[in-house]
Design a protein around this ligand. Structure first.
Ligand code: ZN
Length: 470
């Protein structure tokens, strides 16, 4: 059977675009190398028509299809299961920017375009595509859509869903839904676009999208601040939002423990402020139509009094492009690197009402410490959106193996605490295969039932990405 499938795919795509054996290996494991799967082969269609042809073959032979973009996902959503029955559909060759319209402020990108390619195409037209995340050099827009990715600019611009006007999708019937019209308003029935966004490839294959563009901000100013406690951070966030309005475009949190870890593990990263494990740190960005000088004045008017009142301990403003770059490298590069060099962590991507973050952090730390005395929560994330990356690093003297042995229990304590504080167990990474088994514990049962009905209606034979989400 698998021979026939490979032959069929070669007939459709040509020999070079159907990978087996060694050539396929990189597509069968996730970014961290923790999840490994199997597949009949990896297929790399070069057009939407070829994707549709592949899906029709899947129906004929009954093989599942696992769509994969840049393979940078964090929940195993793009990794096939171990059965080896599936075909991985890599979107790597669907990489054309089809259109940029500076007047309508829209851009049509194929699913396999990297996020940085989309950003660059927008800049070429003197526009901004604001989605921004650590993996933007290799993640693809199709993956961003399928996970409804967030990143560091959600506070003002919204997540991928909010940045999308239309989609082109290959359905389980092997048909193409042409939904790329870039209308800002279209009330002609169900929002199909929103069904496929965030579906993690379980309902159809997104092949292209019409994305929203924005004017380029005349200036961007970045600052780094330290705080004595999380209540002070949230108090300051309220003031910053009131004072800066929509020009506050990023408010990124770093815990003192993690910042201290950057100091010890990533010496090549310059630190803008001295590190203390007891403090909290924030990277703040202001974008706007004002000139740089005016922005600086507004920032000084916000931060000066806050320092006097000791709400803010210390602050630095990046006064050159090099320093701005260094601050963002700290956020996008060094935080992750510091953790990798420390050893494995138990990762959580959680959403909470901002007002409940201090209580959650208190309760979480207490319960996790009761389970594993000395365990180290490394906290960072998009505080303005209530989205924390809450990673647990081993206690002093604990071995990595010992930490990982308790992974399930530590997840449960964390997620139970998130749930009790009105939060969600995934904010921007998705459910994939990693969180699938815990989803029913926290998701509203009626919501789960409706999700299953949608899956059954759009993909009755279960061709798309089996074993993910549901
Ligand atoms: Zn994030």
């Amino acid at each position: 059977m698998s021979h026939q499938i490979v032959e069929g795919l070669i007939g459709l795509l040509g020999e070079k675009q159907v990978l087996v054996g060694e050539d396929a290996a990189a597509y069968l494991t996730d970014r961290h190398g923790r999840l490994r799967g199997n597949a009949v082969c990896v297929a790399r269609p070069g057009s939407t028509e070829e994707v549709a042809g592949l899906v029709r073959l899947a129906r004929r032979f009954g093989f599942p299809v696992v769509p994969q973009g840049g393979n940078t996902g964090l929940v195993g959503g793009a990794t096939p299961d171990e059965t080896g029955n599936a075909v991985v559909l890599s979107t790597v060759r669907l990489n054309r920017i089809r259109n940029v319209d500076a007047q309508d402020n829209t851009l049509i990108a194929e699913a396999g375009c990297t996020l940085s390619q989309v950003q660059a195409a927008a800049l070429d037209a003197d526009r901004l595509f604001p989605l921004s995340l650590g993996s933007e050099g290799s993640c693809t827009i199709g993956g961003n859509l399928s996970t409804n990715a967030g990143g560091t600019q959600v506070l003002h611009y919204g997540n991928t869903r909010a940045l999308t006007l239309g989609l082109e999708v290959v359905t389980a019937d092997g048909e193409i839904w042409h939904g790329l019209n870039g209308l800002r308003k279209d009330n002609t029935g169900y929002s199909l676009r929103d069904v496929f966004i965030g579906a993690e490839g379980t309902l159809g294959v997104v092949t292209a999208a019409t994305l929203k563009l924005f004017p380029r901000p005349a200036s961007q100013t970045t600052a780094f601040l330290s705080f004595a406690g999380i209540h002070a951070v949230i108090g300051f966030f309220d003031r910053a939002r009131a004072h800066l309005g929509p020009s506050l475009t990023a408010f990124e949190l770093v815990s003192g423990l993690l910042y201290k870890l950057v100091e010890s593990n990533v010496p090549e990263q310059p630190l803008p402020l001295p590190a203390s494990a007891a403090h909290w740190y924030v990277l703040l960005e202001i974008s706007g139509v004002d000139g740089e000088e005016q922005v600086r004045e507004r920032l000084a008017a916000l931060v000066g009094p806050a320092i006097e009142r000791q709400l803010v301990l210390d602050a630095v403003v990046a006064d050159s492009p090099a320093k701005t770059g260094s601050l963002w490298r700290l956020r996008h590069g060094a935080l992750g690197e510091a953790q990798r060099r420390d050893g494995p962590t138990i990762k959580h991507d959680i959403a909470l009402p901002v007002s409940r973050i201090p209580d959650f952090l208190d309760a979480g730390a207490r319960r996790l410490n009761e389970h594993t005395p000395g365990i180290r929560p490394l906290v960072f994330g998009h505080l303005g959106d209530g989205n924390l990356h809450f990673n647990l690093a081993r206690a002093p003297g604990q071995s990595p193996e010992e930490l990982l042995r308790h992974e399930e229990a530590l997840h449960e304590i964390t997620y139970d605490t998130v749930h009790q504080h009105g939060g969600a167990i995934s904010a921007e990474h998705g459910i994939g295969q990693v969180k699938r088994h815990v989803l029913p514990r926290y998701k509203d049962p009626v919501a789960l039932k409706l999700m299953k009905k949608i899956k059954l209606a759009l993909d009755p034979e279960g061709l798309f990405n089996p074993g993910k989400v549901l």
